[in-house]
Write a protein that binds this ligand. Sequence first.
Ligand SMILES: Cc1ncc(COP(=O)(O)O)c(C=O)c1O
Length: 361
Amino acid sequence: MRTLMMKPLTDLIRPDILRSSAYHVANVPQNCVKLDAMESPYDFPPDMQSKLGNRLMNAPIRLYPNIAADDFIPKLKAAFHIPDTASVAVGNGSDELIQFITLLLAKPNAKVLAIEPTFVMYRRNAELFGMQYVSVACNDDLTLDLQRVLDAISEHQPDLIFIAYPNNPTGTRYPRDAVQQIIQAACGIVVIDEAYGAFSSDSFLSKAGEIDNLLVLRTFSKIGFAGLRIGYVSGSLKIINELNKILPPYNMNQLGLTAAKFALENLDWINHNINILKMEREIAFAKLEDIKGIKVYPSEANFLTICTPNAQECFNLLLQNGFLIKNLSAAHPLLKNCVRITIGKPEDNAKWLSVLQKAYG
Ligand SMILES: Cc1ncc(COP(=O)(O)O)c(C=O)c1O
């Protein structure tokens, strides 16, 4: 029998968490094409689905996964040409890795710096672990203000810097030499988050393991497998060893690992889809540039960010036409009236483009 009354949750839970709200995941109306979260529009074709089904049937789900003994990381390194000198840790989505990399450096008074607007989880995790978040605004046209970043680095000496390369939610890929200067200027760890690296013309992956303070983060999510929840981070053995001390021992699961290994055996199919999406992005970009009433930003990711006369109206219009997109208006002052549209299948892109052409052309 409990003799004491449980304290009210408001006395037990951290006040900052009580005040915060959960990450918003949109409800998808029926028959709506989902273009809000940069998922791939492509499912495995039926023959590959049944091959995968057989693999999953035989996956050792009775057993905990042992990532150190598994052949997943060697296969991953071979498939994506991760340098031999780099060590790799895997996470339940790169979200989990962002969380644990942040926790790794969360000493009292530690600082995290990021260039805003950017992926919201950098700030969320910094705040969750009681770190000071230094937000450096990009230019009004969503390009990088290198000097502002270098000045902020010398003023704040951040322990951790996140650079989404290309950036979400803008699609901008900052110039490589500028990012290199940031890595050189940093006294802490720099995470180059290449969640959209597959769609980009440049990558830092080949430098992982070579530059002491560099971690390169990638994910399976944007190349066809958001549901598997698999992310990986490459960097020096010293940092990855420390990270592995705090990652939950069984953070991956046998079904996800089995499916991811199957995916790695089908890189041609993955790359074919990536190429289609990159071509579609260029077609959509050119068409959007011709629409007088809106402004489209250059993107090296699998989405386009556009500035409209009224983001909520644009969101509603596309929703009425069967497309769920993301309204970015509230995300950052530089994104006022902006929306983000994931590149989908060619036939769907043609449809939403024609809706926008009619409304704003
Ligand atoms: C820049 C960036 N990093 C990381 C993630 C997280 O990806 P995941 O946890 O699915 O690997 C996202 C998701 O949208 C992202 O945009």
